[in-house]
Design a protein around this ligand. Structure first.
Ligand SMILES: *Cc1c(COP(=O)(O)O)cnc(C)c1O
Length: 379
């Protein structure tokens, strides 16, 4: 089955009791049993719920995986993966990481004696040198936030497989429409469903997908034991959201191309970060592992003034200033003061997050209007 057909049909069956084409919101905590252990596959909604099961199966299908698990947020999905480890275990990850993921690693799991090695992109290319006998997990994000760096998933997977280490990839930015980490050798895919999968800025949710039976058993055990589950109503909203994932992503990509090209030629724009440019340092890898370049773009301004950048951010009429990304509406954010404000200025700038850097989540509006909005703000 091709992607668009899967987005609409995978995991979802007409409701067995009524034939309802949309999976009902099974807003129930428990299920009546006919006798001890005699039930229809559902006993208590923390463990499993039919609306959630439908979404978990749909997401597994979209990622070409076997098992899906939905969580209360993207970070609770990250939390579940880390809970597979035991004290003393080591994790290799990148410095270029979603802020919340960095925070849960350093302020929660370091306390339980999990050790994190934050590698630079150069070090990652030589990842074998970072592996110790205690390394259990490599955690990657690609494209990264907000610098749109690309990591070669297949190259890293070759090394992790050789050493029997799990590879988990946060696929939030690319979505399964553009990139399938499991096909490239990853063991676990993680999503902040809040973003493109939900797609309408109305749900906070996370998901994990794997094809490894042992990993899946652990994930379901942790999901049930820690209890950070996704609610039935939210699962329903996401089941609706993913039915148009392919249509939305197609438009996000088209608008992304137009906006990135337009920004590149603007005299007030200094640098544009977008993996679709031939000049992007890892364009070749992006072209190999992705089917398009998405709608996430960052750019900096000539002069790099914080005051001018703050003034500019107020001039937009369509792009809204907000955290988050991946919804139908275009958003912009200022990483230096919003998402990456807690990182010391010097370290931030080393990573390219200068005071004038602006991150766009290009929505699915008409590109002419989006460009006009940028034109007006930059004038
Ligand atoms: C938003 C985000 C997360 C965290 O997900 P929540 O749903 O906000 O908990 C993790 N990774 C990336 C890349 C994100 O954009």
């Amino acid at each position: 089955m091709k992607f668009g057909t899967k987005a609409i049909h995978a995991g979802v069956e007409p409701d067995p009791s009524t034939g309802a084409i949309m999976t009902p919101i099974y807003q129930t905590s428990t299920y009546v049993q006919e006798g001890i252990g005699e039930h229809k596959g559902y006993a208590y909604s923390r463990t499993s719920n039919p609306t959630r099961s439908a979404l978990e199966n749909a997401l597994a299908a979209l990622e070409n995986g076997t098992y899906g698990a939905c969580f209360a947020s993207g970070l609770s999905a990250v939390d579940a993966v880390l809970k597979m480890l035991t004290p003393g275990d080591e994790v290799i990850t990148t410095a270029d990481l979603y802020g919340g993921t960095y925070r849960i690693f350093t302020t929660i799991f370091e306390k339980y004696s999990i050790r994190f090695h934050f590698a630079t992109l150069d070090e990652l290319e030589d990842i074998e040198r970072l592996i110790t006998p205690k390394t259990r997990l490599v955690w990657l994000e690609t494209p990264t936030n907000p610098m749109m760096n690309i990591v070669d998933i297949e190259a890293v997977a070759k090394i992790t497989q050789k050493h029997g280490i799990y590879l988990a990839v946060d696929n939030t930015f690319a979505t399964p429409y553009l990139q399938n980490p499991l096909d490239l050798g990853a063991d676990i895919v993680m999503h902040s469903v809040t973003k493109y999968l939900g797609g309408h800025s109305d749900v906070v949710m996370g998901a994990l997908v794997t094809s490894d039976h042992t990993v899946a058993k652990e994930i379901y055990r942790i999901q049930n034991s820690s209890g950070a589950i996704a609610a039935p109503m939210d699962c329903f909203l996401v089941l609706r959201g993913i039915k148009t994932l392919h249509l939305r992503m197609q438009r996000h990509c088209e608008n992304g191309i137009r906006v990135a090209q337009w920004l590149k030629d603007h005299p007030k724009v200094d640098k544009v970060y977008w993996p679709g440019f031939h000049t992007h340092p890892n364009h070749a890898v992006a072209q190999r592992q992705m089917r398009g370049f998405g709608g996430m773009i960052s750019f900096s301004l000539v002069g790099n003034s914080l005051t001018e950048t703050h003034a500019l951010l107020k001039k937009f009429k369509i792009f809204a200033l907000a955290e988050s990304l991946g919804g139908v509406e275009s958003l912009l954010c200022h990483p230096a003061t919003m998402t990456h404000g807690s990182i010391p200025k010097e370290e931030r700038e080393k990573a390219g997050i200068v005071d004038s850097l602006i991150r766009l989540s290009v929505g699915v509006e008409d590109s002419e209007d989006l460009i006009q909005d940028l034109q007006h703000a930059l004038a």
